[in-house]
Design a binder for this molecule. Structure first.
Ligand SMILES: Nc1ncnc2c1ncn2[C@@H]1O[C@H](COP(=O)(O)OP(=O)(O)OP(=O)(O)O)[C@@H](O)[C@H]1O
Length: 257
């Protein structure tokens, strides 16, 4: 097996003696898209900060692959409103050469805004600009904290599709937080449901049936996600590996609705 890009083993983060992230383990490799879901205050951002190395871990271990380049997309672009700043200048502040910056802007569909002021961008344009800044680093791992915030519903679907395409282009891993369960269920490989500890994790169609998921999000949410269920000829074990039901190990014969 190839070396994971990031591996968390029993990671605990405490604030004022309270575990906000409680013994969380996860592993992400190239090609993975892992989405962290969970209610407000569940510790999702704290967990991501621990991966980025900007949050002290009280117990457990965060291991990153040697020389790992992380591209981080924060929740929002926070800038001093009085500071004049063009998209070009903002991108150059990343320290990447202009041609790399322009290529990244083209890839995320906002190159035409090169000379625009960042203060005048729409919510969706800002998110694509942040994604371009992360992309210009040619990351091995993209870490996104609610990338579709402030983006309308069509824009959200397009953004998730773009993230999948970038994963394919860069052959990188992706770890993101999302509150949009419908989009997550439709566009993610693996979901981790966090509520301080990992309530449940696995493939979207499977976890929405998990009693821990239903406890966390309620029956209404779980039922509304039923559209994404599909029939498998196999099950997944806790590590996400395929466990054959028919004897055809690894065979995948999904019947999607
Ligand atoms: N620096 C800090 N000091 C003290 N408490 C903190 C700190 N950062 C976060 N917390 C607390 O830790 C808990 C988890 O916060 P976190 O931002 O990780 O949650 P979240 O799952 O990302 O929430 P949301 O979905 O609302 O963004 C919250 O109760 C928050 O108040």
């Amino acid at each position: 097996m190839t070396e994971p890009l990031v591996q968390l083993e029993q990671v605990t983060v405490e604030f004022d003696g309270r575990p906000v992230v409680d013994r969380v383990s996860l592993k992400a490799g190239r090609g993975d898209i892992i989405t962290i879901i969970g209610p407000n205050g569940a510790g999702k951002t704290t967990l991501i900060k621990a991966i980025l190395g900007i949050q002290k871990v009280h117990q457990g271990k965060v291991s990153l692959a040697t020389g790992l380049v992380i591209g981080y997309v924060p929740q929002q672009l926070l800038l001093e409103a009085t500071l004049p700043l063009s998209v070009r200048r903002f991108m150059l502040l990343s320290g990447q050469p202009l041609d790399e910056c322009e290529a990244a802007l083209k890839r995320t569909g906002v190159h035409h805004l090169l000379d625009a002021s960042v203060h005048h961008l729409s919510g969706g344009e800002k998110q694509r600009l942040l994604l371009a800044r992360a992309l210009a680093r040619k990351p091995d791992l993209l870490v996104l904290d609610e990338p579709a915030q402030g983006v309308d519903i069509n824009g959200q679907a397009a953004l998730y599709q773009l993230i999948r395409e970038l994963r394919d282009d860069l052959d990188c891993g992706v770890i993101m937080i999302s509150h949009d369960l419908h989009l997550v269920m439709a566009a993610t490989d693996k979901v981790i449901c966090l509520n301080q500890h990992v309530c449940c994790s696995g493939y979207p169609a499977d976890i929405s049936q998990d009693p821990a998921f239903i406890d966390t999000f309620g029956h209404q949410v779980a039922d509304s996600l039923a559209v994404y269920h599909h029939h498998h000829n196999h099950s997944h074990n806790l590590h996400g590996d395929v466990v054959s039901r028919t004897g055809a190990e690894g065979a995948c014969n999904h019947d999607h609705h």
